[in-house]
Design a protein around this ligand. Structure first.
Ligand SMILES: C[S@@+](CC[C@H](N)C(=O)[O-])C[C@H]1O[C@@H](n2cnc3c(N)ncnc32)[C@H](O)[C@@H]1O
Length: 245
């Protein structure tokens, strides 16, 4: 609820410009660090979060929000081989890699929107499916409400959505291990690949503040979307799935 905005939400660490710069700085190493430090789980989770959307060979319209370097494009193409895939991100650094991947492996067919999601010009009632992987944590509660409103606006009536985010597991033992991993091991890998672990430490900070997708589910419901909570691997990732009525 807006009246329950957390204290941290006021920090400028949720300023879209701050986040954009953070991802620009990480763009040289993000894909490798992400894959290695998640022991391949990020790839598995990317496949799992698509499963709530029925597999089809129809030419449906899909958009992958906060697409980064296009890490989710291959699983999307495997499940929806004839879909028209649109994507959106605002980090120039991440999009350099996305554009390269588009030319090299997707014959330039992926439509890439270089825009801030919170101020986008995407068409209304247009997409059959909205997807987003690992972009929720850097939004504060007001921005999550805005995200939900935008998803509702751009989806066709009856259209479906699925989002996933790395989360803080409820189980104390798993939480301690995961914290150790994300707070200390991942920044070391970030240092090895990038020379500066600070950016990867920030990601744990966002994950810890984010907690899990439960409050976001409520915010999605408040906008009138049909939304349910999903947990992956003991809550190490959680998500929101649903549809526009
Ligand atoms: C953690 S990365 C996730 C990338 C990719 N989806 C994946 O599965 O790994 C988050 C991405 O969200 C993008 N992002 C964050 N806030 C955004 C905003 N307001 N508008 C557009 N993109 C945003 C960042 O630039 C970054 O590329």
């Amino acid at each position: 609820m807006l009246s329950e905005i957390r204290k941290e939400d006021n920090l400028n660490e949720y300023d879209p410009e701050f986040i954009r710069e953070l991802f620009n700085r990480m763009s040289g190493s993000y894909e490798r660090v992400n894959y290695i430090t998640s022991f391949g789980f990020s790839l598995r989770w990317r496949r799992q979060f698509l499963k709530s959307i029925d597999k089809t060979t129809e030419p449906i319209k899909i958009i992958d929000l906060m697409t980064g370097m296009g890490e989710t494009w291959v699983p999307i193409r495997e499940r929806f081989p004839s879909a028209e895939l649109s994507t959106l991100d605002y980090s120039e650094g991440m999009l350099v890699h996305a554009n390269h991947k588009n030319k090299k492996s997707f014959s330039g067919k992926v439509i890439i929107h270089h825009q801030d999601l919170l101020k986008n010009s995407l068409p209304s009632d247009h997409y059959d499916v909205v997807l987003s992987a690992f972009g929720l944590k850097t939004f504060n509660s007001q921005q999550v409400v805005r995200l939900a409103e935008e998803i509702k606006r751009i989806l066709k009536p009856g259209g479906k959505f699925s989002l996933i985010e790395v989360s803080s597991p409820d189980n104390a033992m798993l939480h301690a291990l995961y914290k150790l991993h994300l707070k200390h091991v991942v920044p070391i890998c970030g240092k090895l690949f990038l020379g500066n672990p600070q950016e990867y430490r920030m990601l744990w900070k966002y994950t810890e503040r984010f907690g899990n997708s439960k409050s976001a589910v409520q915010q999605f419901r408040n906008t009138g979307l049909n939304a349910e909570y999903v947990s992956y691997f003991g809550g190490c990732a959680t998500g929101i799935q649903g549809n526009k009525l």
